[in-house]
Design a protein around this ligand. Structure first.
Ligand SMILES: [Mg+2]
Length: 408
């Protein structure tokens, strides 16, 4: 197999950067994004806060102790999901093979893109520039022959990094690299390996695989392979099928109606049906269209584009009702309809996908080892993780792929 070119992109301090961008008063300040619950912890902090010792996972008291001037911001999931969606749109300009790995990380398989778009570094620089211009935030990018190494490379020069790891550089890098820097090996497993005299990937790669398997079960083999910088897993695109263009419902009224109250009630029911279908298919949209057919069969339609993607009945209803309120009905209405368009995958609702389930099993195997040794604090990130309660999505959260939908 010829060499693959995989790009990993990781947004720098994503939630905090989005907040600083949308509220200029927060720029250059130590801020921490928290959930809305009483016992919330810090999800992400700005680099200004990190420089003062603020860390993800600290509670508010701990954060304020190390940094008294810390500004706390309650996170807004919708804002982050919207930004994430916009970033994925940019990434998809360079290849259809974009795997959304978490809300602020993605893998791209650029192997087939080079002929069209030029060098991988050039593509990476353009991506960074476009994201900075459109969203005002920065990212770090790693380019390598596989996902494991691309993710590793992206983490080498944060923030605002761009690292290309060439195949010939892999052995010397792995030789010296601490095992704990590999995605999937947490601190506790690191300690366990250290007890066996294994500190670097070089040492892990040389350790007899049979011994590793005896100690760690099937994960032993994975560890050994990872330590040598090998990862054959493909980039699995988020959307295997494009989202449909629109979802709409309309109804012919039992008699011609001029009473706006009755039209509103009908509109609410139609909006609920549109919303339910959108949610069932894991879609949301940002354009709402109201269609009216008058008693003389002339048809009118007007659309409104909203600031956010949505999929809730009341929101769709409010947008449609506003259009209706702005109209002077010159005749009674015989048909009324609502359509949601400008659809995209709903990044907060995506289900696990068959392909992902397979990988989830591997994660589960890793988790089993984890439970036993208290390690692998990070899995391979294939699980859909969302913080419980009304908090902020954890940065480890990922929309784990999509499934096929048919919407007519
Ligand atoms: Mg990040």
């Amino acid at each position: 197999m010829s060499e693959r070119i995989i790009l990993h992109i990781d947004m720098d301090a994503f939630f905090a950067s989005v907040e600083q961008q949308s509220r200029p008063a927060l720029r250059g300040k130590p801020i921490a994004v928290i959930g809305s619950g009483k016992r919330t912890v810090i999800t992400t902090s700005s680099y200004e806060a990190r420089a003062r010792g603020v860390r993800t996972g600290m509670n508010i008291f701990e954060g304020r102790t190390v940094c008294p001037e810390l500004i706390l911001v309650v996170g807004n999931n919708r804002k982050y999901a919207d930004t994430s969606r916009g970033i994925v749109e940019i990434l998809q300009d360079y290849t259809p093979l974009v795997e959304v790995y978490s809300i602020d990380e993605a893998f791209l398989d650029l192997t087939g893109s080079i002929r069209l778009f030029g060098s991988p570094e050039g593509i990476a620089r353009r991506i960074k520039e476009r994201i900075r211009k459109r969203f005002g935030i920065r990212c770090s990018i790693g380019i390598a022959p596989n996902k494991l190494l691309a993710k590793l490379s992206a983490g080498l020069e944060k923030p605002d990094g761009l690292v290309r790891l060439r195949p010939e550089e892999v052995p010397s890098l792995m030789e010296r690299l601490p095992v704990t820097q590999l995605c999937g090996i947490g601190k506790r497993l690191g300690e366990h390996l250290a007890a066996l005299g294994i500190r670097t990937c070089g040492e892990l790669g040389c350790f007899p695989m049979a011994d590793l398997c005896r100690r760690f079960g099937m994960v032993g083999e994975t560890l050994s392979v990872m330590a040598r910088g090998i990862d054959l897993s493909p980039v699995v695109p988020l959307c295997e099928e494009p989202a449909p263009k629109s979802i709409g419902h309309s109804t012919t009224l039992s008699r011609d109606i001029s009473d706006k109250e009755i039209l509103h009630r009908t509109l609410l029911q139609l909006s609920e049906r549109v919303a339910r279908r959108a949610r069932r298919n894991h879609l949301c949209g940002r354009t709402v269209t109201l269609t009216l057919r008058y008693a003389d069969f002339s048809t009118f339609s007007k659309r409104v584009r909203l600031a956010h993607f949505l999929h809730h009945g009341p929101e769709i209803y409010l947008a449609a009702r506003e259009i209706l309120s702005s109209l002077r009905l010159y005749q009674a209405v015989r048909l009324i309809g609502v359509t949601l368009s400008g659809l995209t995958r709903d990044y907060l609702q995506l289900p696990l996908f068959a392909e992902e389930r397979k990988r989830e099993e591997i994660s589960r195997a890793m988790d089993a080892v984890n439970d036993r040794y208290g390690m692998f604090t990070v899995t391979w990130g294939t699980l859909l993780k969302r913080s419980k309660g009304p908090g902020v999505i954890s940065p480890a959260w990922r929309p784990a792929g999509s499934h096929y939908v048919n919407v007519r």
